[in-house]
Design a protein around this ligand. Sequence first.
Ligand code: PRP
Ligand code: URA
Length: 237
Amino acid sequence: MIDTNKSQEGQPPLPMQGIPQPTRDEVLKLPRVHISSHPVMAHKMTALRDNNTTPPDFYRLVKEIGALLAYEATENLALDTSTIETPLQATTGYRLAGGIGVTPILRAGLGLAEGFREVISDAQVWHLGLRRDERTLRALEYYNRLPHQIDLQVCYAVDPMLATGGSAIDALNILKRRNIPRLCYVGIIAAPYGLLKLTQAHPDVDIYIAALDESLNDYGYIVPGLGDAGDRQFGTF
Ligand code: PRP
Ligand code: URA
């Protein structure tokens, strides 16, 4: 169990200490924010948050939640139509127009991206490595495999945790330089603070999340949250 709110006497202030945060109610009505209300999602989220869930089960749950979120976040994708033949007669068929990109923000976004690919198997995966410096809470880029040839109708930046919003904002800034027609952010748990910052920085981006939690603690961890999503997926405690 992480000790999330212990302040050290004589030490510099903790990164979120004394920083005002919006409430859940203040961000619930933000435009372009979609929060899942599906009972299956609530069921899986409970298992995911549980401190007794082991890394293999945690990873499986992240993938399953990723698939559910992919289904919700692709609700308004554009389609091309064509005529196809069934064994009985001709009929109109539909295919997703243009390519679909998924950008897992490493490393915790890997499980979510796997879940996405179970719904859209031919999605391109564009890896982007961002690591949050736990002292300053700033995101640092350490890996970038975004392709130069772009032919996508949409790219989904996926990362389980939207805490201060720094990693998500930076990831979308990087993706925006690739001139992709539409960008979405998909996450599992958001804090009101990060959600507000993200919508302020990228008001044109749709955001799909499974849950909106109460706040960030002084260390910048989401509470109640689920702890460290990367460590819990990969067993690196
Ligand atoms: C976590 C998480 C997000 C980020 C969220 O990753 O997966 O990327 O922190 O925090 P923020 O909203 O304050 O930027 P972390 O940097 O711990 O790296 P990891 O995925 O390798 O564990
Ligand atoms: N990153 C995590 O993995 N968990 C949090 O609560 C915040 C950032």
